[in-house]
Design a protein around this ligand. Structure first.
Ligand code: KG4
Ligand code: ZN
Length: 373
């Protein structure tokens, strides 16, 4: 299909409403890392179906995601994942009002697979197409569905503006979320992301991939004061993070240890490492709350999102911090923290509502900061 044809089809449906009273249905596709996922979400915040095909078993033996293998696995899975998503919701592609897919940032081979699938469906059906920024998917999903730290009140959702800790395998940022497409970067990591730090420390301990959930569960039986990990930048003003010093400390501790490591040693190590990450997050968020006030915003909700938002200690500490500062804490339910199609479908709906649909061919982007939206 020619480029003009793509533009014409998408322009034809720009107006933004389904034309009747039923909610709009969005098919969302995520393929930026190691999950091939699709979901159908409606504009009344219902998830009609959601399929997540995790490639973790395929990457585990390499200790991390291998981009070429991921892209190939996405190609093999995408048709089946989309078909099952439609079947499970009892819908066909003709019932879909909006198609949305991750167009970056991420591993470009995988992003291309999901983006081309979405473009194909949108072109074949004449449906509006939304190019979703993966980080925006994480950032907006608490507006689809949010829970408290202990997982209760799953039907709640967050209103703008909110202060967001976005912590995933690839990113670690504090953002002031004022509206769809309105993200102010308050702080970010100067080196590793929080998820990367969890994954690398787990790898050093020989615990497997992905490391975050394993370290989290080991930490629950460990002593957080057993090892003195540093708290980088916590004595400095500002809201930026640095995790490389924590990683280096981990390596030094392990060089001194006698092998093999006992279970008790590993549990204490994980608890102490995790406590340092939690302290850094709390310290930086305290600064960010002051920063938000300087920006003339008074967000009432403190939100955590991204894969690391699954961490029990981080959720607990952030809930306490919110209470101390008279804010409400919210997080997506566990199943919507790590990469998933529902967050992309919801971001598709939010963008479509404000007219942010694709009107000309776009190139998916491996790097795409939220502040460039
Ligand atoms: O958001 P996500 O699925 O992928 C990216 O967009 O990067 O995040 C994956 C990251 C991994 O680094 C994983 O170890 C981390 O989230 N993670 C956790 C937990 N569950 C997943 N980190 C700490 N504690 C957890 N319970
Ligand atoms: Zn992600």
């Amino acid at each position: 299909m020619s480029e003009e044809k793509i533009i014409r089809l998408d322009m034809g449906k720009l107006q933004g409403d389904t034309g009747d009273t039923r909610p709009a249905l969005c098919l969302g596709i995520e393929s930026s890392c190691d999950e091939t996922s699709a979901a159908i979400v409606d504009s009344n915040r219902n998830i009609l179906s959601h399929i997540i095909y995790s490639q973790i078993p395929e990457h585990q033996k390499y200790g991390g995601v291998v981009p070429e293998l991921a892209a190939r696995a996405h190609i093999l899975a995408i048709d089946e994942v989309v078909r099952q998503t439609l079947d499970k919701a009892g819908k066909t592609i003709d019932d879909i009002d909006i198609v949305a897919a991750t167009a970056g940032p991420g591993l470009i081979g995988g992003v291309l697979v999901g983006w081309m699938a979405a473009t194909g469906i949108a072109q074949a059906t004449g449906t509006p197409l939304v190019a979703v920024n993966h980080l925006e998917g994480h950032a907006l999903v608490p507006r689809l569905c949010a829970t408290a730290a202990d997982g209760t009140s799953g039907n709640a959702h967050v209103d703008f503006p909110y202060l967001l800790m976005l912590a995933s395998g690839g990113h670690c940022q504090i953002l002031l979320v004022r509206g769809v497409g309105q993200y102010e970067l308050i702080g970010q990591t100067l080196d590793d992301s929080a998820g990367e730090a969890f994954d690398k420390v787990a790898k050093m301990l020989g615990l497997g991939y992905p490391g975050g959930p394993i370290v989290d569960s080991r930490a629950q039986s460990g002593n957080p004061n057993a090892f003195k990990f540093p708290r980088p930048l916590c004595d400095k003003p500002g809201c930026d993070f640095s995790f490389s010093g924590i990683k280096t400390a981990a390596r030094i501790f392990l060089e001194r240890a006698t092998q093999p490591l006992s279970d008790e040693y590993i549990n204490d190590f994980c608890a102490s490492f995790q406590a340092s990450v939690v302290d850094c997050i709390v310290n930086r968020l305290e600064h960010a709350m002051c920063d938000a006030r300087v920006r003339n915003a008074s967000p009432k909700t403190l939100v955590v999102a991204g894969g690391v938002a699954k961490n029990s200690a981080i959720r607990g500490a952030m809930e306490k911090l919110a209470q101390t500062h008279g804010m409400v804490f919210a997080a997506p339910p566990m199943s919507l923290c790590t990469d998933n199609g529902a967050m992309i479908a919801w971001a598709g709906i939010e963008n479509w509502r404000v007219g942010r649909v694709v009107t000309e061919p776009i190139a998916p982007r491996p790097r795409w900061p939220l502040t460039e939206l």
